[in-house]
Design a protein around this ligand. Structure first.
Ligand SMILES: [Zn+2]
Length: 567
């Protein structure tokens, strides 16, 4: 059986835009436009739910299992495992695609091929990524994209929030019936990457990230009602504490190549994941902050950067029709996988070099007490850019109905090219702390150690007492704060150095001479607002020490050097 993909000319108007990054004139699809028959001509049994319903419906968790079952019965390049069983007893499947087929992380490692992890539907109202991933899997396994398995192993979890997906509700726009953002316990899964409270994210870390060690993690989203002119936008991890090598590669090398290929092969415009201020026209800034992207690590793709690996989050604008948003995700994932298939080995090298450099720096510089890393950050401008944007974003009721739509004439056809807009996406550190050779955690704080181990940070237990030179944090104030809708705490105090302190057998010890040192630093530093202290995991311990009434010492100690070990 052969399937042809044909990208025909757009039936709708084709627009000419000059002054874009290539400087040339190109046919681009804007607004709701997609090429005719862009998704090929598949028999019904291989069609996704949107394809079967004229892009009016999204796929249920049950239908996803059916679809994956069909792939299994028609391809010898599939292995499926369960990431977790949800609170409402739904299975969350991960599809492993490889040629020849492999079924374990050990085989993946032995093959030497890079592992790429694709994730959809962390937020089910943003279902287009899920649908595009189902189509990409089909086209790799049964269609014209089989070459994408030549030099990579692809793991795909199209429906990460399985319970949210099937908690159906009504909304304006397509599809009209859609899942809910949170999981069954009410958690936003894309705020859980440091606190690790949800079954979903715990499952992701345990069965995918810690075992398969993907060189790149991809996470699909959609935005609300916005005015930019891009079909889909992208971001990478921007936590300043992370090694800059992997994120620098994604930003400087992968993104420009992917953007160019998407324009050439799919005829849509893509750019960085930002917004400009509402009610500002023409816009002066294009900023990550305004699009709720941050220099913190709580997002899955942000935290993954702290492991010296690469990650990408993408979002389609909220207004276009479902088919257009699926098309944009399909285009981006297709070109991303073309890139990783060709350059995955180079990406592995960048990550390996970062692993090595992190360990070497700890060994050579931490004992002096002079090694620093960032506990907070912000965005600065890379310089001025040309931006595609629409001047207004208006809504109206469709006559004779109670349904809102975008007003015809807005957010369609060619957007304007706005000159000299500041591109506020360059992460910089704003505050530092000393990076120790390691951390010491008292025996009672097992719940902290459980989190660290789930982050794949190596933690040992002291068999006999040790004496160390190091630093401790004296807390003067615990300040409750609201950050991003969460009740968190900020600790205010000062670091005090000590020449000699002895810790008993049974104390947990984290030697930072390990590739995940930056992640351990981020989780454990008392002044990281988004670390385990910020999320309140030390609150009980601090209370029992008398915090709030007097100056107390943060229970995690930093050591620069072990100066004595008892027999
Ligand atoms: Zn989202």
């Amino acid at each position: 059986m052969r399937h042809f993909r044909w990208i025909g000319p757009a039936l709708a108007l084709i627009c000419l835009v000059s002054g874009l990054a290539t400087g040339g004139q190109e046919e681009i699809y804007w607004g709701d436009e997609v090429p005719e028959k862009w998704n090929g001509d598949w028999p019904e049994k291989f069609q996704t739910v949107p394809e079967r319903t004229d892009f009016k419906k999204t796929t249920s968790s049950y239908e996803i299992l059916e679809f994956i079952d069909t792939l299994k019965w028609n391809s010898e390049n599939v292995h499926v495992f369960t990431m977790f069983i949800s609170e409402l007893r739904r299975q969350c499947p991960v599809v492993v695609m490889s040629n020849p087929r492999i079924t374990s992380p050990q085989e993946a490692k032995k093959s030497g091929k890079p592992v790429i992890y694709l994730q959809g539907n962390i937020h089910p109202p943003e279902a287009e990524g899920k649908e595009a991933l189902l189509m990409v899997m089909r086209d790799i396994l049964l269609g014209d994209k089989k070459h994408l398995l030549d030099d990579q192993i692809i793991l795909c979890c199209p429906n990460f929030n399985v319970d949210g997906n099937d908690s159906w509700g009504l909304r304006d726009g397509t599809p009209h019936i859609i899942g809910t953002r949170q999981n069954a316990r009410g958690y936003d899964l894309n705020r859980d990457a440091i606190k690790l409270e949800t079954t979903n994210v715990q499952g992701l870390y345990r069965t995918v990230l810690n075992r398969w060690n993907p060189v790149l993690v991809f996470d699909a989203h959609a935005m609300g009602r916005v005015q930019h002119g891009y079909a889909i936008v992208y971001a990478t991890s921007t936590v300043p504490a992370a090694h800059p090598g992997p994120r620098g590669y994604v930003w400087d090398t992968l993104f420009p190549a992917m953007r160019k290929a998407i324009r050439e092969n799919f005829r849509i415009e893509t750019f960085s994941h930002c917004l400009f201020p509402r009610n500002q026209w023409p816009p002066k800034v294009w900023s990550h902050d305004l699009a709720y992207w941050t220099t913190e690590g709580k997002f899955v793709t942000a935290a993954y950067g702290l492991r010296n690996r690469m990650s990408i989050l993408v979002e389609t604008p909220g207004d276009p029709v479902f088919e257009r948003k699926i098309y944009a995700h399909y285009a981006l994932v297709s070109e991303l996988l073309e890139y990783t298939n060709r350059h995955g080995r180079e990406m592995q090298e960048v990550c390996r070099a970062a692993d090595q450099e992190v360990v070497d720096k700890i060994k050579s510089h931490a004992p002096s007490g002079e090694l620093k890393n960032y506990v907070a950050g912000k965005y600065e401008s890379w310089g001025k850019i040309d931006l595609l944007a629409y001047p207004e974003n208006k809504y109206e009721y469709i006559p004779g109905t109670s349904v809102q739509r975008k007003k015809p004439g807005t957010l369609e056809a060619t957007p304007q090219v706005i000159k000299d807009v500041e591109h506020l996406t360059k992460p910089v550190g704003t505050r530092e702390a000393t990076v120790p050779r390691g951390y010491l955690i008292p025996a009672g704080l097992d719940h902290i150690v459980d989190k660290l181990r789930l982050q794949n940070i190596e933690v040992k237990v002291l068999e006999r007492p040790i004496t160390v030179r190091g630093e401790e944090y004296a807390i003067d104030k615990i300040i409750p704060v609201q950050r991003g809708g969460y009740a968190m705490i900020d600790l205010k105090g000062e670091f005090v150095r000590f020449e000699s302190k002895t810790f008993p057998a049974g104390t947990y010890m984290i030697d930072l001479a390990q590739p995940h040192a930056n992640l351990a630093f981020y989780c454990l530093e008392p002044e990281v607002g988004d670390g385990l202290a910020g999320w309140g995991f030390f609150n009980d311990a601090l209370k029992s020490l008398g915090a709030g009434k007097e100056r107390v010492t943060f229970p995690v100690h930093k050591y620069f050097e072990v100066i004595g070990e008892s027999e």
